[in-house]
Design a protein. Sequence first.
Length: 226
Amino acid sequence: MKLYGVMILLALMTATTDIAKDAPAKSVRFVYLVSADRPASKEYIRAIEHAGRDVQQWYAGQLEGRSFRLHSPVVDVVLSDKDAMWFTTHPNGKNEASWGFYNTLDEIKRLLGAQPGSDGYVWVIYSDGPGSSGRASRCFAYLPEDDLLGLLGQHPTQKDPKRWIGGLAHELGHALGLPHPKDTKKHARAIMWAGFYGHYPANCYLTEEDKKILLANPFIVPAEEK
């Protein structure tokens, strides 16, 4: 292996084992979860960080400067000992479509001691395991391989990275407590409905109800505190 390859591998392993312990309270923590049978990708790391910063700015634009804090480093690289297919084929609950979500959640709990909802983080996990549907619950969002490909413009059918960054804004909204809008016709372009399909960033929005919920959320802070 060439020297630069060794240096990259060591840097990635260090990011896994030497995760910063002095992160600010109540921050959004992005994790790139690397399966045992797949190489870590510097392109994915850069794309996740770019998406996180872009969505942070978008929320600030919607909330008069208030937004979420980012963890430091912005992206933690975590190496799993599970192969990529395990995440969506290992039974975990009655709904097979949710296995990827629950297996990823269990893996983050096992590897990082994550306790979404009680540990001061909103966890956003990008997994390289196969999957086409992001999901979220309180303080936890799961985005599978399709989202990673989308951030690089490599998704087979939806090539625009902005659609996938908008998808992050949608799932992160759920993790921050936002529901789908009650009136989906009136708010068809809301980020919490279908606004991330071709309308992010300029032509989608948070509803007034979304803003009210977020402004009462301790993860949303003034610009000077981010």
